[in-house]
Design a protein. Structure first.
Length: 434
């Protein structure tokens, strides 16, 4: 087992993680700059309710449609080409949205293009961790990089709070929205130029055995293996429910909280607090999960804490005190996405040697798909007649169910067991591994 010591982290690995974090943060920020201003898009741009639903659902919808393609290209063409493709596609979409006051269809198409780019970036996360970091660091770095998603969504809400006022003047409101889109495109472009320039495809050394073990299964076989794996499907079910709940809360926040008469600025503050708090918790859990407590127990605990904090959030909404709403948003946000990093890495452990992109992508696709369904129920079926208490009851029951599903998982870490096998390490010695 002393041979394990020859595997070490590349000196540029932390920089790679930071660059990925920046790309993830900025692309996520762009994804949420529509939901809180939906009422303005309807009122000042004559968007239909269906168009708003389509825009708000475009990211999870196109994740479902493009997931397998993204997994295939990641496994066959590597990390850096998919990263570049995602950034460039997102950049094109962001600049197309700038033309919202010229033609709304250009704006819509631009937002869809950004949604298409999403899986080519997000499905990279555990593969980046595995390719650049040692087995001891993978979970921590995945959680830290995953926090970019939440900090990005929070940044999107922050931009809205700066640029969007409560004015009812059509000309002034359109100017505000146009300025928001211009700034979003400029910030994304300037932030991601260094990512494109400095990002490296591979480390100079080998961080772990699994990083160079190779993958024998093709795409279809990988999908088949995943969905025949009982433990993966239990984790998938729990993750999908929790993720779909979050997707619906964030993407339909204007509709869900409409009965409480919040302004667009207040909605952006609530979204900002939830997302920045979620990003902070992902950084927090990065230093606990796997080191002090198992991934399974971390996931179960975080799901339980989501349930409790959600009850406080619901109570605060009913109370009508905005300070309590902001406070409960902070607490709910801290726990509502804490399970992400551990779950993404746990999926890789459960289905190894299936590649990380398939383990992550097929975990996320079900959550995105279910998110489209729940968002449709809230946005289309209930629409103006949404009974908020019914949806809150669904959320409570569904969160409790996620805890039970994770409890049923047999805690077997296949990738860790593989890496601990001294015979396989010896077999790797003397080979010309690139």
């Amino acid at each position: 087992m002393e041979e394990i010591k020859k595997f070490k982290e590349d000196s540029f690995a932390k920089t790679i993680a930071f660059l990925y974090f920046l790309a993830f943060l900025t692309s996520s920020a762009l994804s949420t700059t529509v939901s809180p201003i939906s009422e303005s898009l309807i009122k000042f741009y004559s968007f239909s309710n269906f168009t708003i639903f389509a825009l708000n659902s475009s990211y999870p919808l196109f994740f479902v449609l493009c997931n397998l393609i993204a997994n295939y290209t990641i496994d066959n063409y590597g990390i850096i080409k998919n990263l570049y493709f995602s950034i460039i596609l997102c950049m094109i979409g962001a600049w197309m949205r700038v033309f919202i006051n010229i033609h709304s269809n250009i704006f819509i198409l631009g937002h869809i293009i950004m949604a298409i780019a999403n899986p080519f970036l997000i499905n990279l996360i555990s593969k980046v961790s595995n390719q650049w970091f040692t087995s001891e660091e993978r979970l921590k770095m995945t959680s830290l990089m995953a926090s970019g998603y939440m900090f990005g969504l929070g940044t999107g809400f922050l931009l809205i709070s700066f640029f969007i006022s409560d004015t009812t003047d059509s000309t002034f409101k359109k100017t505000e929205i146009s300025n928001l889109m211009v700034l979003s495109a400029v910030l994304f472009t300037l932030t991601n130029l260094p990512v494109i320039y400095y990002f490296k495809d591979k480390p100079d050394g080998i961080p772990s055995i699994s990083a160079v073990s190779g993958r024998e299964e093709n795409m279809l076989n990988s999908v088949s293996i995943l969905f025949k794996n009982r433990d993966f499907m239990l984790l998938n079910t729990a993750f999908s429910i929790a993720l779909s709940n979050f997707i619906t809360i964030i993407l339909s926040i204007n509709l869900l909280l409409k009965p409480f008469n919040f302004t667009e600025a207040q909605l952006s503050y609530i979204g900002l607090i939830i997302n920045f708090s979620s990003g902070t918790s992902k950084c927090f859990i990065a230093f606990i999960a796997g080191k002090y407590i198992s991934m399974k127990r971390v996931i179960m605990a975080s799901l339980g804490l989501i349930t409790v904090s959600f009850l406080f959030f619901n109570y605060s909404l009913q109370s009508g005190f905005i300070f309590n709403v902001y406070l409960s948003s902070l607490i709910f946000g801290f726990f509502c996405q804490m399970y992400w990093g551990p779950a993404l890495e746990y999926a890789c452990e459960l289905v190894f040697p299936v590649s990380e992109s398939h383990a992550n992508g097929n975990l996320l696709i079900c959550g995105a798909g279910l998110g489209v369904v729940t968002n449709a129920i809230v946005s289309v079926i209930f629409s103006e007649n949404l009974n908020f208490s019914y949806f809150m009851m669904y959320l409570l029951v569904s969160y409790l169910a996620t805890i039970y599903f994770v409890y049923l998982i047999d805690d077997k870490l296949n990738r860790v067991d593989f890496e601990k096998n001294a015979n396989l390490i010896i077999e790797m010695e003397g080979k010309d591994i690139e």
